[in-house]
Design a protein around this ligand. Structure first.
Ligand code: PNS
Length: 159
């Protein structure tokens, strides 16, 4: 089985992420979306909430599974029989850090990284910008899936 991992923080999942997941699902037998558990990074949504949103918005894809991980991505890959990571590349600014991680993951465990160019519709999109815009009452429709919009509204109304 050709299996690939699509790792990230997904705080929250955006239409850019979803586009990469959907295209990867067309290329691989199984896509494992792996949400990083990072207790040192402040996040708007808990890991459970992020996973719930990801499961909801990927429910139509029979070959997409959502999981969580902590520690090294290469250890997650090894324990799940995965040898390839897929990442979206938005702009040159993403490239330097992504290349460094890709080379390090290969150096550590021979885990390959494939970069998929982001749909130009979403090349400016990031979870951080979505959170900032939503926080100040801006319109994020078209940038994140519908279930995420309602979650953002509910979360920000409480804070
Ligand atoms: O969505 P993000 O925050 O840009 O995702 C980054 C992520 C989770 C892919 C990256 O930070 C990661 O793989 N972290 C796990 C820890 C790890 O393996 N570090 C060594 C990288 S060479």
């Amino acid at each position: 089985m050709r299996r690939v991992v699509c790792p990230g923080s997904f705080d929250p999942v955006t239409n850019g992420h979803l586009d990469i997941i959907e295209r990867a699902a067309g290329l691989y037998d199984e896509v494992v979306v792996a949400v990083l558990i990072n207790i040192t990074k402040h996040s708007l949504f808990t890991v459970d909430e992020r996973i719930e949103m990801l499961r909801e918005v990927t429910a139509d894809y029979g070959n997409v599974r959502v999981d969580r991980f902590h520690g090294l991505l290469v250890d997650f890959c090894e324990s799940h029989g995965i040898s390839t990571v897929i990442k979206g590349l938005r702009a040159v600014s993403d490239f330097e850090y992504e290349m460094q991680m890709a080379q390090m993951n290969y150096r550590m465990a021979k885990v390959e990284t494939l970069f998929m160019t982001t749909n130009p519709l979403y090349s400016f999109l990031s979870s951080s910008l979505v959170k900032e815009i939503a926080e100040y009452g801006g319109d994020v429709s078209g940038l994140v899936p519908e279930p995420v919009i309602s979650r953002l509204r509910a979360r920000l109304a409480r804070s």
